[in-house]
Design a protein around this ligand. Structure first.
Ligand code: FA5
Length: 345
């Protein structure tokens, strides 16, 4: 009985191996599994005959049957792996990789509108030979005011409401003009052509037009024979490149303690084309910067002999310029960190 069953097991094993080798796809393989290894398959049928054996013969038969079962399952798994690998290789050879499917879009960030304006301004001045000069945000009272010809208790200080620190004589710069002194003292007696972009701070009432923190871009040119004509020609060139070649500009006399003479520069209103609207207060003009010839006292404080050297300087506010270009009615949007605003640029 035992040898008959053992022979049957060996015969079954041979048949399974032959059928596995012949199975050419997943369907045929599944058929082999059901026929031989399934719950009602041939192997289960043979093992079901175990109870009919003499009890003494059962352990030996059970051992052989389990070994056969394990070998068949391994063979089945190996054949399945081989068929799957072959199917993948065939698909890769015939179908290739489909790169035409659209990818999943990634959210892309963008530059802050102030950064965009700063880069545009720096680019235009770079084309005219002005290098960027970085100067500190935390300044001494002397450089922010004194060396710029604004002595202590001078009424001109009222033009710049100031954040003072608890350290005596140390403040947050109210404008980028103290950078003029740093640049002059570093480069003297060489000629200078720099722009100084950076953040300024003023202890002011926050309104739609005024923030307590805003950017300025200062400009400074020092050399021999620099005249008011150079100042005007350079700034007109800048305005035309920034706002359009056909845009009219004008200079109005003004006062800054560190320039003499001083002026403010207006561009024709870009909203109403000079006709007069609420943005330009019916004047047709918009102020974009303050400027002037560097005061002899400031030249001297920078180390230059005003009898030999002259220069011009200017200071503009990129946020105000951006507001004009994009008709932004409130400066507070710039630092409010609201994506609905930022995503428009
Ligand atoms: C000055 O700060 C001078 N230092 C400019 C200057 C430099 C004149 C060199 C001559 C020579 P003013 O205070 O006008 O000037 O400021 C210059 C620009 O900074 C303004 O035209 C405006 O664009 C911007 N600005 C001033 N205050 C604020 C504010 N509170 N919020 C936003 N922008 C401001």
């Amino acid at each position: 009985m035992t040898s008959e069953l053992s022979d049957a097991l060996r015969g079954l094993e041979g048949a399974v191996q032959a059928d596995l080798a012949a199975a050419a796809d997943a369907g045929a393989l599944e058929q082999v599994r059901i026929t031989y290894l399934g719950r009602k398959g041939a192997l289960a049928g043979l093992m079901g005959r175990l109870p009919s054996l003499d009890p003494a013969e059962r352990p030996a038969f059970g051992k052989v049957a389990n070994e056969v079962k394990r070998r068949l399952e391994e063979s089945f798994q190996a054949r399945q792996d081989a068929l799957e690998a072959a199917a993948r290789a065939a698909a890769a050879a015939t179908e290739g990789l489909d790169v035409s499917l659209p990818g999943r879009p990634l959210p892309v960030g963008r530059l802050h509108p102030s950064t965009q304006a700063l880069r545009r301004i720096c680019q235009i001045w770079a084309d005219m030979g002005f290098q960027v000069y970085r100067s500190r945000d935390v300044e001494t009272d002397e450089r922010n005011f004194g060396l710029l010809n604004i002595p202590l208790h001078h009424p001109a200080r009222d033009m710049w409401d100031t954040f003072y620190t608890t350290a005596e004589g140390i403040l947050l710069r109210t404008h980028t003009s103290p950078g003029q002194i740093h640049a002059m003292r570093e480069y003297c007696p060489q000629p200078i052509r720099v722009i100084l972009p950076g953040m300024c701070y003023r202890y002011e009432q926050i309104t739609a037009r005024s923030e307590i923190q805003f950017h300025q871009v200062e400009g400074l040119a020092v050399g021999r024979n620099i005249t008011l004509t150079d100042l005007k020609g350079t700034l007109i060139n800048f305005a035309h490149r920034m706002f359009g070649q056909e845009r009219r500009v004008r200079f109005r006399a003004s006062h800054f303690p560190f320039t003499e003479p001083s002026a403010e520069m207006d561009v024709e209103c870009i909203i109403c084309e000079g006709k007069g609207c609420s943005i330009c207060k019916k004047s047709g003009w918009l102020e974009i910067l303050g400027c002037g010839m560097v005061h002899p006292v400031v030249l001297q404080n920078g180390g230059y002999d005003p009898a030999v050297f002259s220069g011009f300087a200017f200071g503009m506010g990129p946020e105000r310029i951006t507001m004009l270009r994009h008709r932004i009615e409130d400066i507070r949007y710039f630092w409010a960190n609201d994506l609905r605003f930022l995503e428009q640029f």
